[in-house]
Design a binder for this molecule. Structure first.
Ligand code: BGC
Length: 388
């Protein structure tokens, strides 16, 4: 359940989607809500009486990850014939539902939504679906409902694998303390990330390379490579950050306070994303008994790229949001044009298999940050200090 199912990945028509996007040109696009930090309401920019073709709902502006997505959507739709509106739910399922209702009243035909809480978002997706609106789940899967038509996503299991493998590659010897952290259990991705990391870390825990420092649930399951959803949930319950950097600091402080000397020194830290990685890294570097740490991340947030350049965060998993946006808008435009989108696989959301498009991810550390993020044009060198 909730995992990739029936994936027969074929090298897809990324190019086709690009050409669909490029083919749409020239009309004004409305995307508001950007100046309003406090709510997910449609901001009044004088265009509220206009109808909207595509509604886009993102979980929160408080995390740079989703502000990246907003910017990439704006870049992608700048020349589109279709009108769009981008709204934020600010970490609230109630806001999310209200946003969907607002967009329904604005006449959208396609809803692209990244849910705050996968299960809770089912009601919002249903409300849209009942109006004949096609629902595209974006990055995070809307779970336990049949009201999702498509899913565009990164390979989230591979994100976790990349994180776990990085820790393994940076470790010699045995008995190395391993601190585990995870995302919010309301987010299906948090399970996929942890599952992917566990798939590679578990053999190295079982053979004594790593010693789990902060989860009795993980310790109890250390001989099992494939965990059920319930078992993953037991570990997540202990080590969740809820995607909140402050909660991550509190957890890390508690763990370090209760850890004995044998769990200090040169340690490894599985941090689920960049926002939590930076705050966990700061907490670990403030502990004088920690002599060295290797810590993971994901999202290639600018602040974490600077941390990587400065040697304060070890790696990030780069998920090229331009590609995800391209896939989502490509699907939306195909639907608006009255055609049936091509997909490359399916994800079981607990109720149905949702037709999906999936993108690959890239491990980035000091060695390839220049090539992957600067030379590729994703960021400007001038946005960082200390790049060679
Ligand atoms: C996304 C990550 C993000 C996290 C917290 C996940 O669903 O895939 O990129 O860091 O949510 O917002």
């Amino acid at each position: 359940m909730f995992k990739r199912s029936k994936f027969l990945w074929v090298l897809l028509a990324g190019a086709l989607l690009v050409s669909l996007l490029v083919g749409c040109s020239d009309t004004q696009t409305d995307s508001s809500g950007s100046d309003d930090d406090s709510s997910g309401e449609v901001s009044d920019n004088g265009s509220n009486s206009d109808t909207i073709d595509v509604g886009i709902i993102l979980p929160t502006r408080d995390e740079p990850r989703w502000v990246q997505d907003e910017q990439r959507f704006r870049d992608a739709i700048a020349d589109s014939n279709y009108t769009t509106e981008i709204l934020f739910s600010q970490g609230s399922s109630a806001n999310e539902l209200q946003n969907v209702e607002t967009l329904i009243s604005r006449g959208i035909d396609v809803l692209i939504m990244s849910p705050h809480d996968g299960d809770a978002a089912g009601a919002a997706a249903k409300a849209a679906s009942l109006e004949g609106i096609k629902v595209i789940s974006y990055d995070r899967l809307i779970t336990n409902t049949d009201a999702v038509d498509y899913y565009v996503t990164f390979d989230s299991f591979a994100v976790g694998e990349a994180q776990g493998q990085y820790l393994i590659d940076q470790t010699d010897g045995e008995g190395v303390p391993l601190y585990l952290y995870a995302g919010a259990s309301s987010d299906n991705n948090a399970f996929l990330f942890f599952d992917g990391a566990w798939s590679v870390l578990q053999p190295k825990i079982a053979d004594g390379t790593f010693v789990i420092a902060n989860s009795s649930a993980a310790e109890g399951l250390k001989d099992k490579n494939e965990l059920s959803r319930d078992e993953l949930g037991q570990i997540l319950n202990q080590v969740t950050t809820n995607w909140d950097p402050n909660e991550a600091i509190n957890k890390a402080q508690t763990h370090l306070t209760s850890a004995g000397e044998e769990l200090k020194g040169d340690v490894r830290v599985l941090a689920p994303n960049d926002g939590t990685a930076r705050s966990i890294a700061d907490t670990f570097s403030a502990d004088s008994d920690i002599t060295n740490y290797v810590i993971t991340g994901q999202d290639a947030e600018k602040a974490s790229i600077q941390y990587i350049i400065d040697g304060k965060q070890s790696m990030t998993v780069f998920k090229d949001v331009r590609r995800l946006v391209e896939d989502a808008m490509g699907l939306a435009i195909t639907i608006l044009d009255g055609n049936t989108p091509e997909t490359t696989g399916a994800y079981d959301n607990g109720s149905i298999d949702v037709a999906a498009l999936q993108s690959e991810v890239i491990t980035v550390d000091q060695l390839n940050v220049q090539a992957e993020l600067i030379d590729s044009g994703y960021y400007e060198a001038s946005e960082f200090t200390g790049l060679e």
